[in-house]
Design a protein around this ligand. Structure first.
Ligand code: NAD
Length: 340
């Protein structure tokens, strides 16, 4: 491939077929909660699409999967406009790529705020389903899936069955309006137990906790959702009115005080070396954690810097997801019928 030659018919065809494949796999994953390929296979295809686009920008169309947050809205749910857009995350698949990303972020910050040292907020990348909770005057008024980032699906009735999500916030300084984003998931022990009960009842087990969580949350009947051991950790905010915090970590402390479930695993770190340690330690112990993870999320902690770094159409420029190398178990799952 060369940047100098215009794309041949073959290349355009390869590009179209790759984009169609990515769309098909995304649809199965997000809309049917029944993936057709492993995450590692999907990531490889997606990467190939990104590489082709980088070499031949003239191939890129507005509806390319690389320009969109993956996921559509099922007709089974009422569409809901998020007050503030929900983004995906930029993925990196090696420490070299992470180094390059961190260097770029540091260079941007050196331009924006000379002399300012970045504090890194490191978190586990929970393998679940993104949910947006809207609180007004401390009351949960709506819950929605991420959908295409602008519009999600109304799953309020199902979310109300999750015990760790408060209907009313407690404490002081509660904003008049606030979107709180997080991941709904099924903890590993509960997942094993859920699958045992499925098999005992003569039903097909779930392929993995992520699909079980997504399938359970996107049910028409909240009574089915209520029987599933769903949990949530919050990891972000959208629209806010009257929030006093100036950083992501300060916000987590407030969210925790208001009764929202924050992860016990996050850390605020002063140096990139400490970020690398966090990645190494959690990689080594990933199976000792209470839930499945597929990587580590690294965020610039300060809100002022986050605002200055901004977003692309798909991802924030102040955050990155380091993905651990795929484990063999991912590919074995493909033969198992997914139950939702
Ligand atoms: P993503 O899952 O890589 O990252 C974005 C999401 O991470 C956010 O929306 C958020 O909900 C979640 N997240 C988890 N922990 C977080 C934390 N601590 N802080 C912030 N966000 C956190 O991106 P995506 O666009 O949702 O999906 C892409 C991934 O989904 C791919 O990398 C692939 O592995 C998987 N996928 C698989 C298939 C398949 O067919 N197997 C298809 C589509 C997507």
């Amino acid at each position: 491939l060369s940047t100098e030659t215009p794309p041949s018919g073959d290349l355009r065809e390869e590009y179209q077929s790759l984009a169609d494949q990515v769309r098909k796999y995304r649809f199965a994953y997000y809309n049917e909660d029944a993936p057709l390929v492993s995450d590692a296979e999907f990531d490889e295809l997606y990467r190939r699409l990104e590489e082709l686009e980088a070499l031949h920008p003239e191939l890129v169309t507005n509806d390319s999967p690389t320009q969109e947050v993956g996921g559509e809205i099922s007709a089974a749910f009422t569409p809901v406009e998020h007050l503030q857009r929900m983004y995906s995350l930029e993925d990196v698949f090696s420490l070299d790529e992470l180094d390059a990303w961190v260097r770029r972020a540091e260079a941007s910050v050196a331009n924006i705020a000379p002399g300012e040292k970045i504090k890194w907020l490191t978190e586990l990348k929970i393998d679940g389903l993104a949910v947006n909770l809207l609180y007004r005057n401390g009351e949960l008024v709506r819950a929605a899936t991420r959908g295409d980032g602008t519009t999600g699906e109304d799953i309020t009735h199902n979310v109300l069955t999750i015990k760790s999500i408060p209907r009313s916030l407690k404490g002081t300084d509660i904003p008049a309006e606030m979107e709180i984003r997080g991941e709904v998931f099924i903890p590993s022990k509960e997942f094993a137990h859920l699958n045992e009960t499925m098999v005992e009842a003569g039903k097909a087990p779930f392929a993995n906790p992520r699909n079980a969580a997504a399938g359970s949350l996107r049910q028409k009947d909240p009574e089915v959702t209520a029987q599933r051991p769903l949990s949530m950790y919050v990891h972000g905010i959208g629209a806010r009115e009257g929030l006093s915090a100036t950083s992501q970590s300060e916000t987590y402390e407030l969210l925790k005080a208001w009764g929202l479930p924050t992860s016990p695993y996050y850390k605020v770190l002063d140096s990139y070396e400490q970020v690398l340690d966090f990645i190494a330690v959690n990689g080594e112990h990933r199976h000792d954690l209470s839930h499945e993870i597929d990587g580590i999320v690294v965020k610039v902690d300060d809100f002022g810097l986050q605002r200055a770094l901004g977003h692309t159409s798909r991802v924030p420029r102040w955050s990155v997801a380091y993905k651990y190398p795929p484990e063999e178990v991912n590919t074995k799952l493909l033969d198992i019928r997914v139950n939702v």
